[in-house]
Design a protein around this ligand. Sequence first.
Ligand SMILES: *Cc1c(COP(=O)(O)O)cnc(C)c1O
Length: 291
Amino acid sequence: MLSPAHIAVNDISYLFNTDITVAVLRLDQLHPDIPGNKWFKLRYYLQEAIAGQKKNIITFGGAWSNHIIATAAACRMHGLQSTGIIRGEEPSQFSTTLLQAKEWGMQLVFLSRSDYSNKYIPPALLTPDSYIIPEGGYGGQGAEGAARIADHCPEGFTHYCCAVGTGTTMAGLINATTNLQKVIGISVMKNNTGLEKMTGALVKPGKDNWQLIHDYHFGGYARYSPELLTFMNDFYTRTGIPSDFVYTGKLFYAVTNLVQHNFFAAGSRLLLIHSGGLQGNNSLRKGMLIF
Ligand SMILES: *Cc1c(COP(=O)(O)O)cnc(C)c1O
C-alpha cells in the first residue's frame, strides 16, 4: 500500500487581513495517479477485497469521475481487475478520464441514466470473485480510510474544512478529531437535503463537532460561474495552489467568503483539505483556467 511519508501543508494566512491562520493540506500532491481523498477512501475497501480473494472491483461514476479514475489506478497498482459502471450511454468520444481509466485496464460498462440511478449491475458482472465499492466510496470502510487523513494533519488546528460530495471524507475527519475541533463541510450540490443524514450515518455516536454549509454550490454539482473560475485563477496566482471547479474551488471560495464575513472566531486556525480532483478540470474548455 502507498504510504505517503510527507504531505505538504501550505500556510496561506497572508491572503487574509485577520489573525486567523489558514493552511492547506495538499492531498492533491499525494500521488500522480491517485490524488486526494479518493486514495484514503479506497484503502480499506481494497484491503477487504484482497483479504477475501476478490479479483474484480466494480464501482460506479460519471464520465469525469475522480472516484472512477482513482479506482482504476489503485486496482492496477494492486494487480486487481476493475470495472467501472458509467452513467449514460457510451459516448462517441471518451472523456480524458475514461480514456485514462481504460488505459489502466478498467473495463467500462455504460448504463442509461435510469438504470444507473437504480444502481443496476449487469448480472454477468456479479461473479463470486467480484467486489462492489459503492458510488463515490460512500460507506463505513470509506470513512475509516478517510479518518487516516488526520494522521497527516499537523496539530493545533481548531477547524478542518473540506468539500463534500457523499460526506464520507467529512465523516472520517469528524471521527478522527476531538470535540474541541470543528469540521466544516462545504456541500458542492444544490439542495442536497439528505446530506446531513448520509454524513451522520457514518459518524461515531457522541460526535457533534461538525457543520455542513449549503450556500456555495454555484448552481449544483459540476456547475460553475465565471466568478468561481476567476476566483480559482486568482487563488492560483496568489498561492500557487491549483484547485478544481467541482470541489476544491468551491471550498476555497467558501472559506475565503466565510472568513471575510467573520464566520470564524478571532484566533481560529483552519486547515483546508485539498482533496485533489484536478483531472476534472479537463472537462473545461482550454484557457478557462490559467493552470
Ligand atoms: C470525491 C471528492 C470529494 C468528495 O468526497 P466525499 O467523501 O464524497 O464527500 C471532495 N473533493 C474531491 C476532489 C473529490 O474528488
